[in-house]
Design a protein around this ligand. Sequence first.
Ligand SMILES: NC(=O)c1ccc[n+]([C@@H]2O[C@H](COP(=O)([O-])OP(=O)(O)OC[C@H]3O[C@@H](n4cnc5c(N)ncnc54)[C@H](O)[C@@H]3O)[C@@H](O)[C@H]2O)c1
Ligand SMILES: O=P([O-])([O-])O[C@@H]1[C@@H](O)[C@H](O)[C@@H](O)[C@H](O)[C@@H]1O
Length: 530
Amino acid sequence: MTATSTPQPADIKFNPKKCSLDKDTNELTSNYTYENIVFDENNQFDTISTNYKFKVDLSKPKSLGILLVGLGGNNGSTLFSTVKCLQNNISFHNGKFNTTKEPLYGSMTQCSTIKLGVDAQGNDVFVPFKDILPMMDPSNFIVHGWDINNSNMAEAIERSQVLQYDLIQNLKPFVEKTRPMPSIYYPDFIALNQNDRVNNISNSTQDPQKWQDLQRIRNDIKTFKHENHLDQVIVLWTANTERCVEIIPGINDTSENIMAAIKNNHQEISPSNIFAIASILEGAPYINGSPQNTFVPGIIELAESRNVLIAGDDLKTGQTKLKSVMMQYLVDAGIKPVSIASYNHLGNNDGKNLSSHAQFRSKEISKASVIDDCIDSNKILYPDIELKEKDNHVDHCIVIKYVPAVGDSKVAMDEYYSELMLGGHNRISIHNVCEDSLLATPIIIDLLVMTEFFSRIKYTKVVDGIESTDFNEFYPILTFLSYWLKAPLTRSGFKPINSLNRQRLALENFLRLLIGLPANDELRFEERLV
Ligand SMILES: NC(=O)c1ccc[n+]([C@@H]2O[C@H](COP(=O)([O-])OP(=O)(O)OC[C@H]3O[C@@H](n4cnc5c(N)ncnc54)[C@H](O)[C@@H]3O)[C@@H](O)[C@H]2O)c1
Ligand SMILES: O=P([O-])([O-])O[C@@H]1[C@@H](O)[C@H](O)[C@@H](O)[C@H](O)[C@@H]1O
């Protein structure tokens, strides 16, 4: 592999001292010793080493099925259009230029690189992220989905006002024949102001039959898979933000209880609960791109028992992504943030839905948690976060307002107010204007590419030189995807990692170990030692 080439599977380069390629099965196996420093209750530490064997199936599927809940929305229709552009090489007049192939800027898998090592002169060598091992090309996605509104995809992209006029005209013949499948609407979960969009639902709002809704969604997934000859389908929620559900013992706390609650039409079963359960039962990974707490304990238990990948919550696109960098920068520099005031206004339908309190509350929770791991990491700056007194926490305020005039442009204003030495202060103000759906769509692409990639990896532990012949799949909550998520869903007993650089480091090092390379460090001894 060279720094510029796009290798095919046969070109995959790996470290033969750590890896072997089985040409019959097209699987690459690598050996890795995971070392961690573990402290006991007396603050004594030990280095714990565990040997693993990882196996990647290098044969990626020809096509990957994507089912979006909320296909007709801004994110859904933008992703659908992007894939059509790639598949049909659609060009458009972008103001001054005729653009042919759109690079997927904003997608880490498609447009970023990873440092692999150094050349003979000690200069860093980078390769495209997507070229380290075979990953799905988004032009091989087959996209469909559900929406509570029946507009065809040409009408949907016009309504969204995300794409340029010329591109919409060029896309129309490729998208107008697609209409979203009818969905489920339980009015209590999204804002009342969405009511006038509802004309494409299969359930009765007066007499809900949630068990039948579940069967119908399962059937939709099966049919889509069958009709398109797909081996794998991933379902992703990019519909409106729902209010959070109440966690009720006996109702949604175990997989058995939640199935019974669906049969009994319990009011705390949300549409997103139904979609998540349907996907898990169909063996389709499910990703929650919105902030609501779809993954109640009963659904997590179901995913664990069925061994189906799940990930969430809420896409980390603009303001929160920057916050997960800023906070890490300030705290790691020994500067003490004492308040973060985050205002944000936008004028798309997402903003309209979030102007309702219960839905805003879901978003407020997911946007607030992003600073927690940094606060937790530094007991010099925040000696006892439990006390929640002035000196021990960050005043973190989150405001979102709906301003129709600005459309899909998301305006974010943040003030980071921090303490410096000798009573000094540091105030950083950020004004960030970005197109909401054009930030979200490449992130959705990354989540889909990486979910498919992780589903081709298995591992086994090697104990005393003996490796088990049974290879395991990942624990179902795929926290490797945290980089793209505001409030990463995390395995019980573990705390989420929010800091962006830490999240990326995990991905980089994991890709490296799969091809037999050690974890990346920046020791640069070539330069620093004589
Ligand atoms: N754009 C971003 O930067 C960003 C970032 C993080 C999270 N999100 C979240 O992504 C979601 C989608 O954002 P958007 O801008 O596309 O919103 P949108 O309002 O344009 O689209 C949502 C779509 O979902 C449909 N819908 C609502 N309930 C449904 C149901 N039960 N079944 C099927 N369809 C349903 C609506 O009709 C609409 O077409 C929101 O929850 C938003 O908070 C967006
Ligand atoms: O990712 P980010 O920019 O912090 O968060 C965004 C919010 O600020 C915005 O109000 C909302 O509508 C988007 O869906 C997204 O959640």
